[in-house]
Design a protein around this ligand. Sequence first.
Ligand SMILES: C[S@@+](CC[C@H](N)C(=O)[O-])C[C@H]1O[C@@H](n2cnc3c(N)ncnc32)[C@H](O)[C@@H]1O
Length: 290
Amino acid sequence: MIAAEADSFRPFPGISAHIYSRADFEEVSRIIYDIAGIVLPPGKATLVYSRLAPLVRESGQQTFARYIEHVRRDEADMRGMINALTTNHTFFYRESHHFDHLAGQVRPQLLAKARAGEPVRLWSAGCSTGEELYSLAMALLGPDKREARILLDGDVVILATDLADHAVAGASAARYPADALKDVPDALRQSWVHRVGDEVELDSGLRAMVRVRRLNLLGPWPMKRGFDVIFCRNVMIYFDQATKDRLVARFADQLLPGGHLYIGHSERVGGETQYRMALVGGTIYRKDGM
Ligand SMILES: C[S@@+](CC[C@H](N)C(=O)[O-])C[C@H]1O[C@@H](n2cnc3c(N)ncnc32)[C@H](O)[C@@H]1O
């Protein structure tokens, strides 16, 4: 590295390289990439500083270099660092055409399966604090509570997973500020959401079919059954191409024939997997075999 380049590393005015250096940033980037697949390009040096500086202080370490040494020895603090480096931005009914497609095109088959006593499995992979998960659950159940009983009484499970502990906690709590649900169709809100003070809470019947778990998408997946529907949206944007290709191949393996994969608007299914999945809508793919 040339000297001028090294000198230009100033994520914040007044932060000396003794406290936070380019090497520290690169080390943090390596760790989060190895564990979670998240790529932190050089432009993220300031973000890393602002996310980790409070944790460096809390840990009692004086510098980032010492903090990095510390988290390597302390599993809980390593997990805190990983949590802090995830980006969890999400909202209800984000990319609403996915929920419209699910309700219009996929739900009838899932209702028929549930009515026949067959298992129905959906997965919100990288669910963040649950807004996607509960949008999915409401779109699946539909506004008619009597018809929804077919699903609620059937063998229907929506799995929701995320790497970040605070995301898993938020999704499990299922409580949101009332205006967070402003984009959810009124009829769904009226059926599945209850007011609790200044907040709203998702219906307990709906929540009974939801399982929220911590899961690193890069690690092993303990799920045995195939899925009818997988949502993995705005997660792969943080990954490099090789990681994306491996992940979509695993999603394709995990889908039942005819199952649907929904990904974020800027993402696409590439690599070998594109030959196993038909594009059936805006960033909506169906696995061959039906
Ligand atoms: C921007 S949020 C997307 C939330 C939601 N899917 C949506 O589209 O609104 C990305 C989520 O992916 C999670 N994530 C990132 N890397 C992950 C990994 N390796 N395994 C599991 N979750 C991961 C983050 O913790 C974060 O909550």
